[in-house]
Structure formats: structure tokens, C-alpha cells
Design a protein around this ligand. Structure first.
Ligand SMILES: *Cc1c(COP(=O)(O)O)cnc(C)c1O
Length: 393
């Protein structure tokens, strides 16, 4: 099927919620993708931060195949080894106490919001259910997580939303203290806002918030759906901030391309969600868990170091382009935002795609780069040459 034929078929039967690029991806190897006509694309997207260990990864595919042959699914009413081993890995490598597995980021965030509300209800009773979230955040597309998201554009059409969210300004501790009252039970935030523009939070601000949470017995909920699983050069971004969250949500990159999400909890709320209070039919399924075990296996200290080095390499190279259209380079590790001026991010991303480089955008006219963590320097250089060709001097 040609790309044109595929586009027609897709548009005839799939509802139009996505603005797709006019490209059909057929296969990939490493961080290089190929379309129907065998054109090559350097991938600075990983899907959207998902394909963390690259495309066509043999060990990952093998892990999925071997598990699928043995057991593709059984309900959470039985024990399965891949999910228990994955939970062990996540806890021992973070110091968190326990895990819940679901299937997506929004669902993971719903889970930690439920955790915070029940923790508070168990201890203090009703009337303490407000969750403070940050302006320009993004937490998902369900009726609850849309309202947790601190951007007005997401608060349309679908009324009534789940109530109980209040928005505070990022990196403004005074604003948070001003908006706090005795109805609050938690703060939910990304440490680097992804969709919101690749905006890193200040370390001092994060520490102040963490301390204030502790003082008031609010849960500190960190949304690591985008920043987690090695993206910023530590297994989770919070490990680079010197804080101890009560819950950490993850999804996107965890299983390297299969659907999986979930959250980690601290000792303090280890018992909050007891039998019957939360669940997911597919959560922790053995095939996704086997894929995730291979992702964590590859994400050793050496690869995490390389993520930081490759991030610095890209930032330095972009800086050296001295492009009049790039006014700032933001982010950490392989989560990079290029602030554009005098060029539209969406148009720039489309133009780059037609030249063979896939990129993402983010709120505030930002070009967002989330390459596979295993991308090679050769692939990075090819991608940067395309970027230079369009935006360089
Ligand atoms: C992508 C994302 C989500 C939503 O994840 P889904 O898997 O699409 O539900 C939530 N929070 C953050 C920070 C994200 O980047």
C-alpha cells in the first residue's frame, strides 16, 4: 500500500483526533525509521518518549516473543513472575516501597490522585481532597487528569470535570503557600514539564515544596510519565533532585513500546490502597512486564551516563549552530526543548520531517526532542545536520 492509499484508508475509518504527519512508518532500526517508500528518517521522538531502547531491538523482541509463547495474559487474581520481578527492580533501584501496574500515563496519574485522597480520608476524614497542580502542566486526557492539567485549553467541552484541583505557578513557592488551605491533601507535579514546553523546575523550589508537603502531611506526587525511565539521565528524574516523593507515576518509556504504566509508592502510603480499592484488567500483564524488564536491563549506569553525555552533546551542537531562530535550549538528558523565535514550531517540525528528521513540539512554540536513549552519535549527527540545514546560519 502506498502512503497515499494508507492515508485515505486511515482517514476514512479512524476518527480525526490526531493531526498526523503525511508519513507512514513501516520499520525501524536503532533510532532510524523507514517509510513505505523506504525513505530514511532520524528519530528525535521515540514515538512520544516511548521507544526508549530504539526500534528493532532484538533482545526486547525476543523477550516479548518468548513470554507470548508461554503466557500472554492471566488476570491479576494469579501470580506471574515478570511483573513481580519488574516491581522488585523498580523498588530496589529507587528505594520506593511498592508498585501498582496499569497501562497508561493518565491512568497512572488517576491512581496516585486516588492514593492521595484515600490516604487523607483514612487519616483525616472528608473535606481534604484538593490536589495542587502547576500551571502549564500536563497529566493526561481522562476527565480527572484533564482537570489536573493546569492549562485552560484542556478545560473545555467535557464538563463536568472531576473537581478538587487548584493551579499554582511553577517555580513560585509563595504562590503555592498562598493558595494552600486545610482542604489540600497533595501536590502533583512534573519535574520537567513536557507538553507544557520542556520547563525544568528549580531544585530549590522542588525542595521547598517537598518540605512543605511533609510539614502538612500532604502527599508529594511526581508525574514521571515523560521524565521517567532514564529520559533525563537518572532512572527517575526525582533522583536528581534530592527529594523523597510519596508516589511516582510512570508510563511512556517503561516497556520500550508496549503499553504499560503504573506508580511507585513510599513506605508511608504502602498500605493505603488495600484489596478491592484499585485495579486494572491488563495491569502488569506478563508480556509488557517482560518487555519492561529488558528495558531496565539495558538502562544500566553506563547507559544513564551516556544519556547525560548525549544530551550535553546535542545542546552544545545546537548552541554552536548560532541559529537566529533558537533563543534557548532547555531540558535535561535526552529531554530537550528548543525555544523558537521567528519560526513556528509546528511548521518547523513538519519541514524537518519532510527532510528526514522527526521531532515533536510543545506548548509555547517549543521544538521538543526525545530521541531513543540508545541513539548513536552518528545518528545524532545526521539529525543535527538536518536541523542545521533548516535553522542554522
Ligand atoms: C504523556 C503524558 C501523560 C499521559 O500519558 P498517556 O499514556 O497518554 O495517558 C501524563 N503525564 C505526562 C507528564 C505525560 O507526558
Amino acid at each position: 500500500m502506498t502512503t497515499k492509499e494508507l492515508m485515505e484508508l486511515d482517514q476514512k475509518y479512524i476518527i480525526g483526533t490526531y493531526g498526523r504527519n503525511p508519513i507512514s512508518i513501516v520499520r525501524g532500526k536503532g533510532a532510524t525509521l523507514y517509510d513505505e517508500e523506504d525513505n530514511e528518517y532520524i528519530d528525535f521522538t521515540s514515538g512520544i518518549g516511548v521507544s526508549s531502547i530504539g526500534y528493532g531491538n532484538e533482545k526486547w523482541a525476543e523477550a516479548i516473543y518468548e513470554q507470548a509463547k508461554k503466557l500472554g495474559h492471566i488476570s491479576n487474581l494469579y501470580y506471574t513472575e515478570p511483573c513481580a520481578k519488574l516491581a522488585e527492580q523498580l523498588c530496589t533501584r529507587t528505594g520506593m516501597s511498592g508498585v501498582f501496574f496499569g497501562n497508561s500515563g493518565a491512568e497512572a496519574n488517576e491512581g496516585i490522585i486516588k492514593l492521595a485522597r484515600k490516604y487523607s480520608y483514612d487519616k483525616y476524614g472528608e473535606g481534604r481532597a484538593t490536589v495542587l497542580t502547576l500551571k502549564d502542566s500536563f497529566h493526561g486526557r481522562t476527565i480527572t487528569t484533564l482537570n489536573a492539567t493546569g492549562q485552560d485549553v484542556f478545560h473545555q467541552y467535557f464538563f463536568p470535570f472531576t473537581e478538587g484541583f487548584r493551579y499554582v505557578e511553577a517555580n513560585n513557592f509563595t504562590d503555592l503557600v498562598l493558595k494552600a488551605d486545610d482542604t489540600v491533601c497533595a501536590v502533583l507535579m512534573e519535574l520537567i514539564q513536557g507538553e507544557g514546553g520542556v520547563n525544568p523546575l528549580d531544585e530549590e523550589y522542588v525542595k521547598n515544596v517537598a518540605e512543605y508537603c511533609k510539614k502538612n502531611d500532604w502527599l508529594l506526587l511526581i508525574d514521571e510519565v515523560q521524565t521517567g525511565v532514564g529520559r533525563t539521565g537518572t532512572l527517575f528524574a526525582y533522583q536528581g533532585y534530592g527529594i523523597e516523593p510519596d508516589a511516582v507515576s510512570f508510563a511512556k518509556g517503561i516497556a520500550g513500546g508496549l503499553p504499560m504504566g503504573g506508580f511507585l509508592v513510599s513506605e508511608k502510603c504502602r498500605e493505603t490502597l488495600g484489596p478491592g480499592t484499585h485495579g486494572s484488567t491488563f495491569g502488569g500483564n506478563p508480556v509488557s512486564a517482560s518487555a519492561a524488564l529488558e528495558v531496565l536491563n539495558e538502562l544500566d549506569d553506563q547507559l544513564l551516563l551516556e544519556v547525560r553525555e548525549k544530551g550535553n552533546y546535542i545542546a552544545a551542537a545546537v548552541h554552536n549552530m548560532r541559529s537566529g531562530n533558537i533563543s534557548a535550549i532547555k531540558g535535561k538528558g535526552l529531554m530537550i526543548g528548543l525555544q523558537l523565535i521567528g519560526a513556528d514550531a509546528a511548521q518547523t517540525s513538519a519541514a524537518l520531517a519532510s527532510r528526514g528528521l522527526l521531532t515533536l513540539t510543545a506548548h509555547g512554540n517549543v521544538l521538543r526532542l526525545l530521541p531513543p536513549l540508545t541513539i548513536t552519535i552518528e545518528e545524532i549527527d545526521k539529525g543535527l545536520a538536518i536541523l542545521q540545514g533548516l535553522l542554522g546560519d
